[in-house]
Design a protein. Structure first.
Length: 291
């Protein structure tokens, strides 16, 4: 009987300790939950305010117009966001991620908090990669326009301009991928494969059976270039002469043309003879007066 009573007492004590532990866990968890919700609320409010502020500032500095000139606007034509709205959304979600990282950090070390920490640490690199692509696209657009205007009279001018533009964009993409940490795993093998393929084709083709066709093509290209270079030079000289003529015309002094019927200034100061009293002719000093 005493043994049974001891067992029941031990069970009651165990249940009481378990209930106390659960209650202590709940009491300890509630402040963390409240802090989690407060941090999320504050982060959401700050994210919305910053999104609105960034959007207004970018619109005021005409960011959309600059992006349109850089060539990115064509790629965003089908998107429901403009350039300013897209940057504002990136800022909004970035602030939310930072708020989530801080909020989950209140619970101590956990997998979600570690993942959010890595994402937040990666965000600046992603922003730099986006800036690199935008700058590369703007430079490529400027180079293409400049090359098209300079080589517009040549048949292969547009091709050279497009090749230069895509080459600059490719360099920008490679730099952006390198910035976000995937260049070594993706771009380097692709570049090696492309260069090896092009080099192999060139060695086999030029050194083998494509010698005569390539020679004919090179002769045709060189002949066309020889025929088109004088035309481009003549156009450049004509353009330079036109600029000199315009500058000469602007520097030449303008002559005042007197309207019809206007009296000259020196004639207006001369005395007018009186009407009805004709002026007597003055005698010559060496001539005798009439008798």
């Amino acid at each position: 009987m005493n043994a049974l009573l001891a067992v029941q007492t031990a069970q009651a004590q165990g249940i009481g300790e378990a209930a106390g532990d659960a209650l202590r866990s709940v009491v300890t968890f509630l402040p963390k939950l409240v802090g989690f919700l407060v941090v999320l609320l504050i982060g959401w409010i700050v994210a919305r305010l910053l999104r609105t502020a960034v959007h207004k500032v970018l619109e005021r500095v005409h960011f959309d117009r600059a992006v349109q000139r850089g060539g990115i606007g064509d790629a965003m034509a089908r998107s429901k966001f403009d350039a300013s709205g897209l940057v504002a959304q990136i800022v909004y979600y970035g602030i939310l991620l930072i708020a989530l990282q801080i909020a989950f950090g209140l619970f101590g070390s956990n997998p979600v908090s570690n993942l959010l920490t890595e994402i937040v640490a990666w965000l600046p690199r992603a922003i730099v990669a986006i800036v690199i692509i935008v700058v590369a696209a703007a430079i490529a657009r400027a180079v293409r326009d400049l090359a098209s205007r300079a080589l517009g009279s040549l048949s292969y001018g547009r091709t050279i301009a497009n090749v230069a533009s895509w080459f600059i964009i490719g360099l920008g993409v490679i730099a952006a991928l390198n910035q976000i940490g995937v260049a070594t795993a993706v771009t380097l093998p692709i570049l090696i494969t492309i260069l090896a393929t092009v080099g192999g084709i060139a060695v086999v083709g030029v050194g083998g059976g494509l010698v005569k066709p390539m020679q004919q093509r090179w002769e045709g290209w060189l002949t066309r270039a020889e025929n088109e270079v004088p035309q481009a030079r003549a156009q450049a000289e004509a353009y330079q002469r036109g600029r000199e003529d315009v500058r000469r015309t602007q520097e030449a002094p303008t002559q005042h043309v007197r309207p019809v019927g206007e009296t000259p200034a020196h004639a207006a100061t001369m005395p007018t003879p009186p009407v009805g009293n004709p002026v007597q002719p003055q005698p010559n000093p060496g001539q005798r007066p009439p008798q």
